[in-house]
Design a protein around this ligand. Structure first.
Ligand code: ADP
Ligand code: MG
Length: 305
């Protein structure tokens, strides 16, 4: 038995046919995707594509018009949501109180996590400034304090809506580093962003939304990378795999979950030559599709129409 056969990965969030309308405006249209445990999952889309609506729905701030979702593979309850730290809008901190005092109040409201205030301040690199008043903080520090507040109680999952919005490049870099550290700790992060570049830099997975519709979702390397990918299939996939190993021109071949994928540098995938090569080697393909597009093509798709 292969290791892969016995590992069962939990899905942190599964969205099933989710739709949300605000009167006539359909903000989400039949959206489906799944967030694996340990992922940094980016919800990418231009302004107005439904990202905030989606996050608000899974955190029970908004009711879906139709469809369902699961948290930790179960029907969602408050117990599940307590395992999720959220930053959906700018929190109301007291301007005349210190960072540490603000966190004490936040811990009181959430009824957990007072004992880890020093630890979360350290994680967001605010230990040195913890006794300074909130209104003396830079925008980046304010945002890091907001993230510190999410980390109280050590939640397994973090949900951030546009966490770098409005920050200067240094502030952005600090938040991105912080997210990478949280990922290394094994947290699952779900974050909305309208920046392709940000998703490429910090996310392992992505769901791309446009006008409420899911364009695609999956592994960032597959979806946003500069490779082309061709899905192939035949009656005997094992033999097909062996034949493809010897096919010139490709960068690599992979069998991912029973689906054989051939990767090429962008622009070099040629369906006809794959078909010819397989046929010459005694294989009749029953599946041959160019799946992946370049980063530019994805971006074009995302920002046009
Ligand atoms: P994003 O976060 O991707 O910018 P939103 O989820 O905020 O997108 O918005 C999706 C769509 O729903 C937009 O067309 C927006 O104008 C609309 N919308 C969002 N909130 C409301 C609301 N409370 N009432 C009416 N329309 C809304
Ligand atoms: Mg938004």
């Amino acid at each position: 038995m292969y290791i892969a056969d016995i590992l069962i990965f939990m899905s942190i969030l599964t969205v099933e046919n989710l739709s949300k309308s605000y009167g006539r405006i359909q903000a989400l249209k039949n959206v489906n995707f799944s967030v694996p445990e340990g992922a940094v999952f980016g919800i990418l889309g231009p302004n107005g594509s439904g990202k905030t609506t989606l996050l608000g729905t899974i955190m029970d701030i908004l009711k879906p018009t139709s469809g369902t979702y699961k948290l930790f593979d179960e029907d969602p309850t408050e117990m599940h949501r307590r395992k999720i730290g959220t930053l959906l809008e700018t929190p109301n901190f007291y301007h005349y109180l210190s960072g540490v005092k603000n966190l004490e109040i936040a811990a009181e409201i959430k009824q957990h996590g007072k004992e880890d205030i020093n630890e979360v301040l350290e994680k967001v690199d605010l230990t040195k400034r913890k006794n300074s008043k909130f209104n003396t903080y830079s925008l980046g520090m304010k945002q890091r304090l907001a993230i510190a507040s999410c980390l109280l109680g050590n939640p397994e999952v973090l949900v951030f809506d546009e966490p770098t919005n409005g920050l200067d490049p240094v502030g952005i870099a600090e938040i991105r580093d912080l997210m990478k550290n949280l990922y290394k700790e094994g947290k699952t992060i779900i974050m909305a962003s309208h920046l392709l570049d940000e998703v490429e830099k910090v996310c392992t997975h992505v769901a791309i939304l446009r006008k409420g519709e899911l364009i695609t979702s999956g592994n960032v390397n597959e979806i946003l990378s500069n490779e082309d990918m061709v899905e192939v299939g035949a009656k005997d996939n094992e033999k097909l795999m062996q034949v493809l190993q010897n096919m010139p021109g490709k960068s690599r071949v992979a069998n991912e979950g029973g689906m054989i994928k051939v990767f090429y540098p962008v622009g070099f995938a040629n369906l006809e030559s794959i078909n010819n090569f397989c046929f010459a080697n005694g294989i009749i393909l029953n599946h041959l599709i160019l799946k992946k597009k370049s980063l530019e093509a994805r971006f074009f798709e995302l920002t046009n129409n």
